[in-house]
Structure formats: structure tokens, C-alpha cells
Design a binder for this molecule. Structure first.
Ligand code: PLP
Length: 391
């Protein structure tokens, strides 16, 4: 008979989940109450308000979907895309590819804007696609591509889309709380995120936000939304403002305690302070990595602070190194995906995990393991480089 499960305490510096703040784990262990309890309704209202703060938006429809980031993605597509709709999808990594798959499954027509992995989406290519497809309804893109570590110019893409009367769908899964997300400034129409990246919450929820314009499109669809669970017309009966909240599905009560606490933590620190912390720790990690002689895949001005894609030194078995890091140091870093598989490591510095202690641990553990494998790196210099970056 299995006994209680007791996971080893790891340091999570991969592409997500990131380390969960103990305050959030504590919040999730509080007694479950009913999902229509007046106290719970108050918690829901506070979550909505704090999500507006995190997304920098006044969008009324700013709520957590009761499922992980992929469900937030699906919520955006299934509500806004109808069969025959043309959607321009920017693809510069794994997650853009998933967006295209969503559109195809809904009977939509995909116009691809392809970009080399490791680079930001090219604005000129988006402008060309818009010019060549005046009937396009939506432009979809990933703000922070976790598969490559590239950050795209969200405001620039949203501006282009709006000039052509297109709605925008923005993947903010890895960017929310980690770098500049500003939905109202961008005038983005639909965005989705996840709780397990820079919010440092347990996985399993997806904060979304829809502009009033996007909500009008959802309300005026010619055909019903094909997903019952994700149909915002129905979900808003539970999460909507003012009117009596009606049962739609049982909210994941304790998971929402966790999200509430994560957002309280974010407000206490301050949104901009959180972005700055991610940058500061990224610069220190970078100093250590470069001192060892390794380099970054993404050009400097397109780099994410929260997801660092590092080239693997010559002749190194990348999977063996990750295994050693996990076994010897309880440290998890990520492998490369798709076009970058076997060529890079992905080192996350997300949320609670973005701190000086983790930067030092990662740099020192990498040096120890790479030395063990006789990898061609500079030894004995990384720690000082990290320290110098902080001072
Ligand atoms: C992690 C991630 C997702 C998917 O989120 P899940 O919670 O794993 O479903 C989508 N887009 C990006 C950019 C991500 O990093």
C-alpha cells in the first residue's frame, strides 16, 4: 500500500514550475470553504482586482481560468475564433506553434509569420502579413517565448494589429510579473498567463484578461463557443460583477487561496520592483555564465531576464549534466526544445526563485558538474563575477 508522498525539496530553475513561495503553500493549506460562500466571493473579487494590477489593466473581464496556462490559451482562441476566421500567428518557438494548432482545430485559417528560434517576432514581417491579409481578424503572438528566452515587442505588434482592425491574443504566461506587461498601454484584446512561472504559485490556474472590444466579439458570435467549460458567456455567470453568482463549475478553492496570496506578495513587493529584481538576478547569472566562457542564444536587447537560454560547451552531454545537477544539488534546470534540443540549457529565474542565493547555487553547481566532465570552461572565476554584478 502506498504511504504518504514526500517530495524532495528541489530548487526549481527550469522553464516552470518555479519554486513556490512558502507563504503560498501555507495559504493553500487553509480550510476549504464553499465556492459560493460570501467569504469566497470576497476572495474572488480581491483576486480580480489584484490581477488587474498585475496585468496593468482596467479590463472588467480579468479572471483566473480553473486550469493551467494551456487552458487560458484555449479560452482565448475558442471564444474569439469561429470557423473560417483568418488568424495571423507569429511563431518564434514552441508556444506560437500551439497557437496555430488551436486555430486549425477551430476551423480557422492560419497565416504564419515565422521567425528564427531565439529571436523576437519581426515587426516588418507582421506588417507584411497584415498587408497581404486585409481580411485577417486576429493577430496572436507570445510575449515571452519560454522555449527560447526571447521577448517580443508586444506594444509594437498590438499597434500594427490595431491599425488593421485586428484583435490581438497575447501569451503572457512567462512574462506576467517577470517583465513589463501593460495590457492597457498595449491596448491588447485578450491575454492569458499561468500561475507557476513568475507568480511563483502552484501550477493549475490561468489568469486571463479580455478587453471590452474582445468581449463584444464573444457576445456577438454567429456560432456558440465549441467548448462548454471555457465559454466565457457562461463562465461570467460565476465570475461576473455584481449580479448573483451562479454555479458554473466548482472553483478550485484552495488553489485560489494560493493565487490570492501570490498576488498579495506581488503587491507588497510592487510590480516594478518585481520586474527589477528579475533583471538584477539575470545580470548576475549572466556574469557568472559568461565568466565561465558560455554564451547566450538570444541577442541582448531581446533577452528575457526570467528565462536564460545558454549554449552548452563543446562535447558536453547535456542530459548527464542536468541529471547530476538534480542528484547532487537538487537543482532543476531545463533542456532545449524543438530546434534547440541538445544545444542549450534553459535556466529559469522566475518569481520566488529569482534571488541571489539561487544564482550562486546555479553557477557554482554548473561549474562543479562541468569540471567533473572536463568541459572546456574557465574555472574559479564565476563566483567573483556574480558577486561583482551584485555590488
Ligand atoms: C508554460 C507556458 C505555457 C503553458 O502553460 P501550462 O500551465 O503548462 O499549460 C504557455 N505558453 C508559454 C509561453 C509558457 O511558458
Amino acid at each position: 500500500m502506498p504511504s504518504s508522498f514526500n517530495p524532495t525539496v528541489r530548487t526549481l530553475m527550469g522553464p516552470g514550475p518555479s519554486d513556490v513561495n512558502p507563504r503560498i503553500l501555507g495559504a493553500m493549506a487553509k480550510p476549504t470553504i464553499g465556492h459560493l460562500d460570501p467569504e469566497f466571493i470576497r476572495l474572488m473579487d480581491e483576486i480580480k482586482g489584484m490581477l488587474q494590477y498585475a496585468y496593468r489593466t482596467k479590463n472588467e473581464l480579468t479572471i483566473p481560468v480553473s486550469a493551467p496556462g494551456s487552458a487560458g490559451m484555449e479560452t482565448c482562441f475558442v471564444n474569439l475564433v469561429e470557423a473560417g476566421d483568418k488568424v495571423i500567428v507569429c511563431e518564434n518557438g514552441v508556444f506560437g506553434g500551439r497557437m496555430a494548432d488551436n486555430v486549425r482545430r477551430l476551423g480557422g485559417v492560419v497565416v504564419h509569420v515565422e521567425q528564427q528560434w531565439g529571436r523576437a517576432v519581426d515587426l516588418d514581417a507582421v506588417a507584411d502579413a497584415l498587408k497581404n491579409n486585409p481580411d485577417a481578424k486576429i493577430v496572436a503572438f507570445v510575449h515571452a517565448e519560454t522555449s527560447t528566452g526571447a521577448r517580443s515587442d508586444a506594444k509594437g505588434i498590438c499597434d500594427l494589429a490595431r491599425q488593421s482592425d485586428c484583435l490581438t491574443i497575447v501569451d503572457c504566461v512567462t512574462s506576467l510579473a517577470g517583465c513589463d506587461v501593460n495590457l492597457d498601454d498595449w491596448q491588447a484584446d485578450a491575454a492569458y498567463s499561468g500561475t507557476q512561472k513568475c507568480l511563483s504559485c502552484a501550477p493549475g490556474l490561468s489568469p486571463i484578461s479580455f478587453s471590452d472590444k474582445a468581449l463584444e466579439v464573444v457576445k456577438n458570435r454567429k456560432t456558440p463557443v465549441t467548448s462548454w467549460f471555457l465559454d466565457l458567456n457562461l463562465v461570467m455567470g460565476y465570475w461576473g460583477e455584481g449580479q448573483t453568482r451562479a454555479y458554473h463549475h466548482t472553483a478550485p478553492v484552495n488553489a485560489l487561496y494560493g493565487l490570492h496570496e501570490a498576488l498579495v506578495v506581488l503587491q507588497e513587493e510592487g510590480l516594478e520592483a518585481s520586474w527589477q529584481r528579475h533583471t538584477t538576478n539575470h545580470m548576475a547569472l549572466r556574469a557568472g555564465i559568461e565568466a565561465m566562457g558560455m554564451s547566450f542564444v538570444v541577442p541582448e536587447d531581446e533577452r528575457l531576464a526570467q528565462l536564460n537560454t545558454v549554449t552548452i560547451p563543446e562535447g558536453v552531454n547535456e542530459a548527464a549534466v542536468r541529471k547530476q545537477l538534480l542528484q547532487q544539488f537538487n537543482l532543476e534546470i531545463g533542456a532545449g526544445l524543438g530546434a534547440l534540443a541538445g544545444k542549450v540549457w534553459r535556466i529559469g529565474l522566475m518569481g520566488y526563485a529569482s534571488n541571489p542565493k539561487n544564482v550562486l547555487l546555479c553557477v557554482n553547481a554548473l561549474e562543479a558538474v562541468l569540471s567533473q566532465y572536463n568541459a572546456p570552461i574557465n574555472k574559479g572565476v564565476a563566483t567573483a563575477a556574480v558577486q561583482a554584478s551584485y555590488s
